[in-house]
Design a protein around this ligand. Structure first.
Ligand SMILES: *Cc1c(COP(=O)(O)O)cnc(C)c1O
Length: 395
């Protein structure tokens, strides 16, 4: 039988069986609208409230600080747009990093067109923002800092608690400034605690932690003012209009509960798989670079640039052999744009184009890693044999 190995868990994860079981009744007999007053409505409302506790539990917030959204993208949009729209009288400057997910980066770019000024902090060779740079970037008119907790392409963990401390200090000096962090990749991989981080807004998505696509949440610290982006519904205490997707929210809650219980075991398992993979790569392949800091990072992502090949070509070659990975680049059909994240590390075009992300999940096994370590070196060798640059330098 043809074997398939899924190493693209940073793009999405399979839904956990227990999560499916938790949501099923809400797709069938428990179909009520959570805003209805009758029995069916109250049953749905109870389930949404329970999920709110479960999601709050994994980030150490109060349940009423959780607003359900359609996912990480919407949470990031609501956080940034909602915050600046409600507070633009205090200033129009935003600080973010050069390696944000497109749902932060492109929202910031859009705001630039609407009269906002945005500073994109460098991340240097190791893919980590420097706290001194954040401090230096703060101006009189800065109202928002949005720096992700951990990157989705290279896994590097950002100094969010230090940024939180800086924010607190600035506020004590009377400044109006808020801090948002995209924790979509970090959650269920490392401890995410809104009190430790000291953030005002934090984005989460369900489908990166074994729950369905199309649901997520934004943590909004009590007292933070935000303009709703969905007008015409009063759900989520006026922060996000629209009838709640009860089955998705229930699934998300269950997944958070499970992720919290399993955090340590999951981290150990993922670290073990990733290290086995990286050791294998180092033993069997030449001319490659690991991308990003290798200490301060999430346990489940390995990003490698292979010289003399196109990442896209390798991805397709691996897919034909049953191994699913990602280039991490936003490649619109036809154009092979190198990933902005890999470019931000100062990598040249060749290394940026040769970057591949291998991301592990709880269902991956050591046996699968061994299989990939057999397929990968051969795929690279075959592609390099077709590469004129490679042949020239080996002659
Ligand atoms: C996947 C991802 C998102 C987007 O979340 P969706 O639920 O797919 O919209 C945002 N930020 C990061 C870091 C991600 O990895």
């Amino acid at each position: 039988m043809f074997r398939r190995v899924y190493l693209d868990n940073s793009a999405t994860t399979p839904i956990d069986r227990e999560v499916v079981d938790a949501m099923l009744p809400f797709l069938t007999e428990k179909f009520g609208n959570a805003s209805s007053i009758h029995f069916f409505g109250q049953e749905a409302r109870g389930a949404v409230d329970k999920a709110r506790h479960q999601v709050a539990g994994i980030i150490n917030s109060r349940p009423n600080e959780i607003v359900f959204t359609s996912g990480g993208t919407e949470a990031n949009n609501l956080a940034i747009r909602g915050l600046v729209e409600a507070n633009d009288k205090y200033g129009k400057h935003i600080i973010t990093s050069a390696i944000e997910h497109s749902a932060v980066r492109e929202v910031c770019q859009d705001l630039e067109k609407r009269g906002y000024d945005v500073t994109y902090l460098p991340v240097y060779e190791d893919g980590i923002v420097k706290i001194e740079d954040v401090e230096d970037a703060v101006r009189e008119d800065t109202i928002l800092i949005s720096v992700m907790m951990a990157n989705n392409e290279i896994g590097t963990i950002q100094p969010v608690a230090e940024i939180g401390k800086l924010i607190r200090k600035l506020r004590e000096g009377g400044k109006k400034i808020w801090f948002h962090t995209d924790a979509v990749q970090a959650i269920s991989k490392i401890t995410v605690d809104v009190e430790e981080i000291g953030c005002d807004l934090l984005s989460v998505s369900a489908h990166k932690l074994y729950a369905p696509k199309g649901v997520g949440a934004l943590y909004i610290r009590r007292g933070v003012r935000l303009h709703s982006q969905n007008i015409g519904g009063h759900q989520e205490r006026e922060r996000r209009g629209g009838t709640e997707s009860v089955p998705h929210i229930v699934a998300f809650g269950k997944a958070c509960e499970l992720a919290k219980i399993n955090l340590n075991v999951a981290t150990e398992h993922l670290t073990n798989l990733r290290d086995k993979f990286e050791n294998g790569v180092a033993e069997t392949i030449n001319d490659f670079e690991f991308n990003g800091n290798r200490e301060n990072r999430l346990p489940h992502i390995s990003n490698v640039s292979f010289r003399f090949i196109e990442g896209e070509g390798l991805l397709i070659n691996l897919d034909l052999q049953g191994v699913a990975v990602s280039t991490g680049s936003a490649c619109s059909s036809g154009s092979l744009e190198p990933s902005p994240v890999i470019r931000a590390l100062g990598r040249n075009d060749e290394l940026a184009r040769g970057a591949i992300r291998f991301s592990f999940g709880k269902d991956n096994t050591e046996d699968e890693v061994e299989f990939v370590l057999k397929v990968l070196p051969k795929a690279i060798e075959n592609l390099r044999r077709l590469s004129p640059i490679y042949l020239k330098q080996t002659v």
